[in-house]
Design a protein around this ligand. Structure first.
Ligand code: SAH
Length: 341
């Protein structure tokens, strides 16, 4: 059975064949992404015979819930089973009137960051556009999330390096932002990259795209190279040049994420170097104190250290400290490794 989720209008038209009028594809498209039908047989805008025929050949194709872990802070981590039996994770973080869904773009991750548990999985495979969109549809349905009034945010910050799966990330984003599809505002989707320099320009050239966050994580080339081996291929100065050249929309700022590791990259001097590096960019900084894990050879800095770092950066740039969510269920940044508890 071929999944419908992930198909755009053009591929739906093709799947229906030349005998069907174009509006049929539109009806199916809206049923998948707007009404979020769970079975083709429910698409009541279609004649019954057509629904039966469609249901015989296609499923909606959402991932299956293998397990849900519930955190004391309200965060929910979904372990999802894909069509081929592989598993991947999606995290829902409710906060007041706002919900954020953190989705994965690959099974595992090929970027070998030394502080991240997903790195230990290695890369299994990239997700299809349907598997990326499917995570959002599934979690939205399972929690009856509303998406009006900017309540729902999507961050592509789960397993994987999104810019190493750019065609599927872009295709999924188009569906999520399409007013006839899932209809999110482009301000509500952010993609995060470890810094795949040539792909940053490629993303910038896309007319429909998410906001961009860049994982900086160090203030010098040497430290960054030690923490994120990928930077050997894409040095910090090239990364900064790509960020400088990135075509921001009028309402947009770049985000830089910075994981603070005690005694490694969290000194006041580091903070001053971060300010210098980012001086000419329209950006904000999100600090993340390390979320520790059994196989991670780093320590979390004290709250006072984080505070001091933030105060220095904040003098020059907007700078926030990201609150860890779902630490008790291995749902926080850098903790996704497809496993218990
Ligand atoms: N590969 C992409 C998407 C992952 S986003 C990227 O690197 O940006 C995950 C964010 O969590 C990144 O900013 C990463 O630097 C951060 N992170 C990874 N491991 C972490 C950990 N153990 N504690 C805190 N943040 C971590």
């Amino acid at each position: 059975m071929q999944p419908l989720v992930g198909m755009d209008l053009a591929s739906l038209r093709e799947a229906l064949g030349p005998d069907q009028p174009a509006f049929r594809a539109k009806q199916i498209y809206e049923a998948i992404y707007r009404q979020q039908a769970s079975d083709p047989i429910q698409i009541s805008t279609l004649p019954l015979e057509m629904r039966r025929d469609l249901a015989g050949r296609h499923s909606i194709g959402l991932p299956e819930i293998a397990k849900v872990y519930q955190s004391a802070d309200g965060t929910r981590r979904y372990l999802l089973r894909l069509e081929d039996g592989r598993t991947v994770e999606t995290v829902l973080m409710p906060e007041g009137e706002r919900d954020t869904i953190c989705i994965s773009t690959q099974v595992g991750c090929p970027v070998d960051c030394k502080f991240c548990m997903t790195a230990l999985l290695g890369l299994d495979r990239s997700l299809t556009a349907g598997e990326i969109v499917g995570q959002v549809l599934l979690v939205a349905r399972d929690n009856q999330l509303r998406r009006d009034g900017g309540r729902l945010n999507i961050v592509m910050m789960g397993q994987g390096e999104p810019l190493l799966n750019l065609p599927n990330v872009v295709k999924a984003t188009r569906i999520l932002l399409d007013p006839a599809g899932f209809a999110l505002s482009p301000r509500r989707i952010t993609v995060s990259t470890a810094g795949i320099v040539p792909k940053i320009a490629e993303l910038g050239a896309e007319p429909v795209r998410p906001k961009l966050a860049v994982s900086l994580n160090a203030s010098t080339e040497e430290t960054r190279r030690d923490l994120m081996p990928i930077t050997r291929k894409y040095p910090l100065k090239d990364l900064m040049a790509a960020c400088k050249a990135y075509p921001l929309r009028p309402w947009e700022k770049l985000t830089f994420e910075y994981v603070l590791l005690a005694g490694v990259n969290d000194s006041d001097a580091d903070a001053r170097r971060v300010v210098k590096l980012l001086a000419n960019l329209n950006c904000k900084v999100n600090l993340i104190a390390l979320n520790p894990g059994p196989e991670i050879p780093f320590k979390t800095p004290s709250p006072e250290r984080v505070d001091s770092f933030q105060r220095i950066v904040r003098r020059s740039l907007p700078c926030f400290v990201r609150k860890p969510r779902g630490l008790d269920i291995y749902a926080a940044c850098g903790q996704l490794k497809s496993s218990a508890p």
